[in-house]
Design a protein around this ligand. Structure first.
Ligand SMILES: O=C(O)C1=C[C@@H](OP(=O)(O)O)[C@@H](O)[C@H](O)C1
Ligand SMILES: C=C(OP(=O)(O)O)C(=O)O
Length: 441
């Protein structure tokens, strides 16, 4: 386990581009693998999570080729024509890869065995196996349907109407992917809208997807089954969830003035930016444009005096992966930041609520964690000096390294290798802005 230490640094400056969006990258490979013809993907995230999905799609019969940095070609097989993989599908650290591909396999008459790393194999899968069973798939797994798990795909998949018990784009997407090979309409009702990259890309590849916002605030997504998907180029924007790390670093390191180019601004992904602006963050959205069907902009970020705010639970789906780095921003703010509706953080790559609380405690930040709440008592400065246990969680590692850039004493994370799952080149990009990291030992 390589430990990495971040120490306080002078003002950050410069312009950087973060890697491609993880959610869109997974989906581009999966839908490209089902489409007829060759899909050209540019800006693909070449992080371990997405590379695992690429390999799984190969095992399912698609031809997936890297032609240059971020430039990939996928020759698809057509909906319903996936082949049975000759070996286990190992999705590594990736909940998205595992759950989306379980949906895909569930809708095909094939059997596939899924596994992952020590983190993924602890994560709950019943949330996908339950609706996918109703569509006709079978599952043989450990208690609670955790991985390793065999998916016995439906011979004749049935469309369902399903109301999500938790707000989860992964569960929604798994059902839609299974529904692709079912006759008739598959309907998912979400209590609160979650990221809609699957819906956007399904439409982009020629499927008919209807989205209706219902009077009670929920959203109904209807997919017409058995479409012929046609290859279409996908331009992947920079990942707002990755941009969050240099962005918060720019806010908390005194004197900083940085620009992050080509950041995806899908309205269902930008809860963190809204929250930081409420806290007083100076963020300018420059050169707003549309790229590959998603809104993008360049973000100019300057050091800011932040104040604590209340973050409503309703905002959680649009910033679900951003609470670790928001907690760091809150520690440098003055006043109390209250976060609600965080139950899902307990089932990510780690129990993120517990990992954040332990990291704050190790670095002298007053806070209180409840079952699904976190209150951070910001004092404007952070003592630091702690070592943070990362539990195979990339977002915990990056968040506390950012903390170390502005804390009084250095902050160490016990392991940083898993950062490559979502943000390869993180340390180099931060160093280019002026950050200081050192390898312990
Ligand atoms: O669909 C996706 O691409 C994702 C959905 C979210 O998970 P949930 O669906 O579990 O909320 C998010 O945490 C994950 O990083 C990516
Ligand atoms: C939760 C995350 O990813 P996944 O669920 O795909 O492992 C994340 O990237 O923060």
């Amino acid at each position: 386990m390589p430990a990495l230490t971040a120490q306080s640094c002078p003002a950050l400056a410069g312009t950087v581009t973060v890697p491609g969006d993880k959610s869109i990258s997974h989906r581009a490979l999966i839908l490209g693998g089902l489409a007829i013809g060759r899909t050209e993907v540019t800006g693909l995230l070449e992080g371990d999570d997405v590379l695992r999905t690429a390999e799984a799609m190969r095992r399912l019969g698609a031809t997936v080729t890297r032609v240059g940095p971020g430039h990939w070609q996928v020759d698809g097989v057509g909906v319903g024509a996936l082949s049975e993989p000759g070996d286990i599908l190992d999705l590594g650290n990736s909940g998205t890869g595992a759950r989306l591909l379980m949906g895909l396999v569930a809708g095909h008459p094939i059997t596939a065995v899924f596994t992952g790393d020590a983190s993924l194999n602890k994560r709950p899968m019943a949330r996908v196996t339950e609706p996918l069973s109703r569509m006709g798939a079978g599952f043989v797994g450990r208690a609670g349907n955790r991985l390793p798990l065999a998916v016995v795909g439906a011979r004749a998949p049935m469309p369902i109407e399903y109301r999500l018990p938790v707000a989860s784009a992964q569960v929604k997407s798994a059902i839609l992917l299974a529904g692709l090979n079912a006759p008739g309409e598959t309907i998912v009702i979400e209590p609160e809208p979650t990221r809609d990259h699957s819906e956007r890309l399904l439409g982009h590849f020629g499927a008919v997807v209807k989205i209706v916002d219902l009077a009670d605030g929920s959203r109904r997504v209807t997919l017409r089954g058995q479409p012929e998907l046609i290859a279409a180029p996908v331009v992947v924007p920079g990942d707002p969830s990755s941009a969050a790390f240099p962005l918060v670093a720019g806010l908390i390191v005194p004197g900083s003035d940085i620009t992050i180019t080509n950041v995806g601004l899908n309205p269902l992904r930008i809860g963190l930016f809204d929250t930081l602006i409420e806290m007083g963050a100076q963020i300018e959205f420059l050169n707003k444009r549309n790229a590959g069907g998603e809104p993008v902009a360049d973000l100019r970020v300057r050091h800011s005096v932040l104040k604590g705010v209340d973050v409503p639970a309703s905002r959680a789906p649009s910033m679900i992966d951003e609470y670790p780095i928001l907690s760091v921003a809150a520690a440098f703010a003055t006043g109390t930041t209250r976060m609600n509706g965080l139950a899902e953080l307990r089932v990510k790559e780690s129990d993120r609520l517990a990992a954040i609380a332990a990291g704050l405690a190790a670095n002298g930040v007053a806070h209180e964690a409840g079952a699904d709440t976190l209150v951070v008592a910001g004092k404007g400065t952070v003592a630091g000096g702690g070592t943070v246990a990362t539990h195979l969680d990339h977002r915990i590692a990056m968040s506390f390294l950012v903390m170390g850039l502005a804390a009084a004493r250095p902050v160490t994370v016990d392991d940083d290798h898993m950062i490559d799952t979502s943000f390869p080149g993180f340390a180099a990009l931060m160093t280019a802005l002026g950050a200081g990291f050192s390898r312990a030992g």
